[in-house]
Design a protein around this ligand. Structure first.
Ligand SMILES: NC(=O)c1ccc[n+]([C@@H]2O[C@H](COP(=O)([O-])OP(=O)(O)OC[C@H]3O[C@@H](n4cnc5c(N)ncnc54)[C@H](OP(=O)(O)O)[C@@H]3O)[C@@H](O)[C@H]2O)c1
Ligand SMILES: [Zn+2]
Ligand SMILES: [Zn+2]
Length: 352
């Protein structure tokens, strides 16, 4: 084992602060990565503050971060996909059993024995896994992704969660040319959803509570922007959507969006607010609409998404911050004040 530098929260009410964590020495199938950038996902904030305690309680100290890009520092003797010096990326998953039907289908995000990148039992050294707010990480090569060489690294990091979490349901629900697609909430996930829906050829409508984001939404690829607190504007969109992706992190009225779906339309939640959302079944029944959810994506699809981003030159719009500003970044996330993802320059951790 060796010590890595990290930023950790000591409790649900503590700020993130400098810390040292143990990492395993790479075993034969492992890749040790020097982390260059790590995106700040709203899930990091939910976890650090233990907002999902009833479903997935947080163990402390907690080191979040699952949007990791870096350079390979060392590889184990059996590693074939990577060599020292290569670019490498890690998302939300670092292991699974590889044998269950979900794993065999390339859908490790549904594996009953998966290991998430942070706050999950660590099978190698005990305790829980520690994420990417750190100077290095050690991951089995099967869960390490290749980053297309043409992508800016700070902007590529958020693809590992915000990217695949929005790409995967769009592929699953058949977002293509000719489809009308809504994206609710223009944050980290939402702005990636807009870019993907646009690149897939759909007619894209953004729903935002922040009128000042209108110009940005159009620049990111939206065809229309609706301020969701404006009832008249919402009314005009009734019964018209094939698919709506909801990426909102907080409590909101889901029924107003379900009512915008056409017959057989689907609304998928990727946003994971702390409290349950009441759903009016009549909104579903009378148009045979469906309401579902979607978690991240498997390794195969994550690589497919990265390659798609390479081919279409898609990255996240990022505000690069030093790790010392991560607490401020969390406060700004709660005010929907991010354009549109914070990406931590991990070189800043060297001075701690
Ligand atoms: N399913 C998964 O696998 C998965 C993966 C990653 C993240 N998530 C979850 O997805 C959610 C979004 O994550 P993120 O990182 O994109 O967060 P984010 O960057 O903070 O964006 C959330 C956006 O939601 C909107 N919003 C915030 N509060 C709102 C409210 N009270 N009412 C209506 N809209 C509100 C805002 O957009 P506007 O200003 O445009 O209104 C905000 O920018 C989080 O809950 C996160 O945990 C889920
Ligand atoms: Zn995430
Ligand atoms: Zn499995």
């Amino acid at each position: 084992m060796y010590n890595a530098k990290a930023y950790a929260a000591a409790s649900a009410t503590s700020p993130m602060a400098p810390s040292t964590i143990p990492r395993r020495d790479p075993t034969e199938h492992d890749v040790q990565i020097e982390i260059l950038f790590c995106g700040v996902c709203h899930s990091d904030l939910h976890t650090v503050r233990d907002e999902w305690s009833s479903f997935w309680p947080t163990a402390y100290p907690c080191v979040p971060g699952h949007e990791i890009v870096g350079r390979v520092a060392k590889v184990g003797s059996a590693v074939t996909k990577f060599k020292p010096g290569d670019l490498a990326a890690v998302g939300c998953l670092v292991d699974s059993d590889r044998t269950c039907p979900e794993c065999q289908a390339g859908l490790e995000q549904f594996c009953p024995n998966m290991t998430l990148t942070y706050n999950f039992p660590d099978k190698h050294i005990g305790g829980v896994t520690y994420g990417g707010y750190s100077d290095s990480v050690v991951v089995d090569e099967r869960f390490v992704l290749k980053v297309p060489a043409n992508l800016d690294l700070a902007g590529a990091a958020p693809l590992l969660c915000a990217g695949v979490t929005t790409y995967s349901p769009m592929r699953h629900w058949g977002v293509t040319k000719g489809k009308k697609v809504g994206v609710v909430g223009l944050g980290g996930l939402g702005h990636m959803g807009v870019k993907f829906a646009h690149a897939l050829g759909a007619h894209v409508v953004v729903f935002t509570t922040s009128p000042h984001k209108k110009e940005d939404a159009l620049r990111l690829g939206a065809d229309e922007v609706v301020v969701s607190r404006n009832t008249d504007e919402m009314q005009k969109q009734s019964d018209s959507f094939d698919f709506i992706l909801d990426a909102v992190s907080a409590d909101h009225d889901i029924n107003t969006f379900i009512n915008l779906l056409r017959r057989d339309g689907n609304l998928t939640m990727v946003g994971a607010p702390e409290k349950p959302l009441p759903v009016s079944v009549f909104g579903l029944i009378f148009r045979r609409r469906s309401f579902s959810g979607s978690p991240i994506g498997g390794i195969r699809e994550t690589q497919e998404m990265l390659d798609f981003c390479g081919a279409h030159n898609i990255t996240a719009d990022v505000e690069v911050i030093p790790i010392q500003k991560v607490n401020e970044a969390y406060d700004r996330l709660l005010k929907a004040d991010v354009k549109y993802r914070f990406s931590i320059d991990m070189a800043s951790l060297k001075s701690e």
